[in-house]
Design a protein around this ligand. Structure first.
Ligand SMILES: [Zn+2]
Ligand SMILES: [Zn+2]
Length: 188
């Protein structure tokens, strides 16, 4: 039996020239095997620290390009309790529609549709750029990773020490003083 020839192409950045795909018309598609450098800073709380990889498919719907894919990368975040940096393996599912700004056949500018986000526009050179969509997805998907570990004790609200590594007596003292108050009340 003849082996199916793979159409997957390794692609090393987040930009795709979709001129030919738009010309090919409805139902035509491209598969890519993405291996892309880290895009670095995702937002104030997270950085991508590994390359990202995974399959991506671009389908021509006629007028637009629909992108689906699954990408994964390692993201460094800071713990919401103790502020220490930790790493999380983040996976995103892409499902995004991209709109041409130039008609591929006539070369004329297409009218801007009011509800289309700028990050979902294919530029005048027919380049579809996934960068901003991917960055936002990694931020969103990374939000489930909030703490360095499930039972992170966080920082002491009184003295500010990291209670994971440097336990203090502040809370104990608080409880003690509450008991003392109760005892005083009950004795009266
Ligand atoms: Zn923590
Ligand atoms: Zn303390």
């Amino acid at each position: 039996m003849r082996k199916h020839q793979s159409t997957d192409k390794t692609h090393f950045d987040l930009q795709f020239n979709v001129a030919q795909l738009l010309k090919d018309g409805v139902g035509s598609f491209r598969h890519y095997d993405l291996t892309v450098e880290s895009i670095g800073t995702l937002d104030a709380e997270s950085d991508m620290i590994s390359p990202m990889s995974g399959p991506v498919k671009l389908v021509c719907t006629g007028r637009t390009i629909f992108v689906t894919g699954t990408l994964k990368a390692t993201v460094e975040k800071s713990c919401g309790r103790c502020l220490a940096p930790f790493n999380a393996e983040v996976v995103i599912e892409l499902e995004e529609e991209f709109f041409p700004s130039i008609d591929i056949h006539s070369g004329h500018h297409l009218p801007n549709e009011a509800d289309v986000d700028e990050i979902n526009l294919i530029d005048e050179q027919h380049i579809l750029n996934l960068h901003e969509v991917v960055r936002q997805e990694f931020v969103l998907s990374g939000e489930i990773f909030r703490y360095c570990k499930a039972d992170c004790l966080g920082l002491c609200p009184v003295c500010g020490r990291d209670r994971n590594t440097d336990p203090c007596d502040c809370q104990k003292q608080n409880i003690d003083s509450r008991w003392t108050n109760l005892l005083t009340l009950s004795n009266n």
